[in-house]
Ligand binder design. Structure first.
Ligand SMILES: [Zn+2]
Length: 258
């Protein structure tokens, strides 16, 4: 009987997964997304409001202008120009940036220690915009929902099979689902970002320069942006491998940014 219930749970999960398939832009990767765009956007907007109450917004007008200009150009070519995009420069010296569903992108003042020109800033911001368009937050939330559902299901079943099932779910949470997926998403954001840069008139080769700069300031304890992202060396290799297509788009773009 317990085996039958296990089968039933697996079948239910399978149909849920089939019903919730999404596709990432540019790469065409199939994704599991269990939350709607509207739900994800609301979560993003709430989190952004929270961050704004905790971190001061920059008073540097020159840097703020550049962030706004780059953000607008990239959002315009992202395929979703009508999201309520918001680009905020925060008064924080960590060289970091982040993105939330609903088109909310934050850049720290400290990033300007690493990016040497507008193209390099565009590389980081295009990467962040790519996270939004590829629904990466919703995807991570969905993975967690599945893991929780698996754990709850296992607890409900009881018996020795339940122990096995829970062990598997926990393993999946730490190894199989959350960590590697996150790496996949980072590489995907890099790849999509190159195309957005090129369409917006920024030289996608600047993405390689940014990661060389990050590498140079890395030291023994890397900044936050590095620690949550793939190692710079493999990252540069991946970017270089994806560069030819976007570079062609850039070279053919009549509206290049100087
Ligand atoms: Zn990222």
């Amino acid at each position: 009987m317990t085996l039958f219930r296990l089968w039933l749970a697996a079948a239910l999960l399978f149909s849920l997964v089939l019903a919730a398939c999404a596709t990432a832009p540019i790469t065409g990767r199939r994704q599991l997304v269990l939350v709607s765009d509207g739900q994800a956007a609301q979560m993003g907007i709430n989190a952004y409001q929270q961050i704004k109450t905790e971190t001061q917004v920059s008073r540097d007008r020159r840097m703020t202008r550049v962030v706004q200009r780059v953000g607008k150009r990239i959002a315009a070519v992202s395929g979703q120009p009508n999201l309520p995009w918001e680009f905020t420069l925060f008064r924080d010296l960590n060289p970091n940036a982040f993105a939330l569903p609903g088109g909310k992108v934050g850049v720290n003042e400290g990033l300007f220690k690493v990016v040497k020109d507008e193209h390099q800033l565009a590389a980081v911001m295009a990467h962040e915009v790519a996270h939004v368009l590829a629904r990466h937050s919703a995807e991570r939330v969905s993975q967690q929902v599945l893991v929780q559902a698996g754990l709850a299901g296992a607890q409900a079943m009881g018996g020795p099979e339940s122990q096995q099932w829970m062990g598997l779910a926990a393993q999946a949470a730490t190894l199989g689902i959350i960590l590697p997926y996150s790496r996949t998403q980072e590489s995907e954001a890099d790849e999509i970002g190159l195309t957005y840069m090129a369409r917006a008139g920024y030289d996608p080769r600047a993405a390689v320069e940014v990661w060389r700069n990050f590498n140079a300031i890395g030291g023994s304890r890397p900044p936050e942006f590095l620690s949550t992202h793939p190692a710079p060396a493999s990252r540069i290799q991946n970017i270089q491998a994806k560069l030819p297509g976007p570079l062609q788009i850039y070279l053919n773009n009549p509206n290049k940014v100087n």
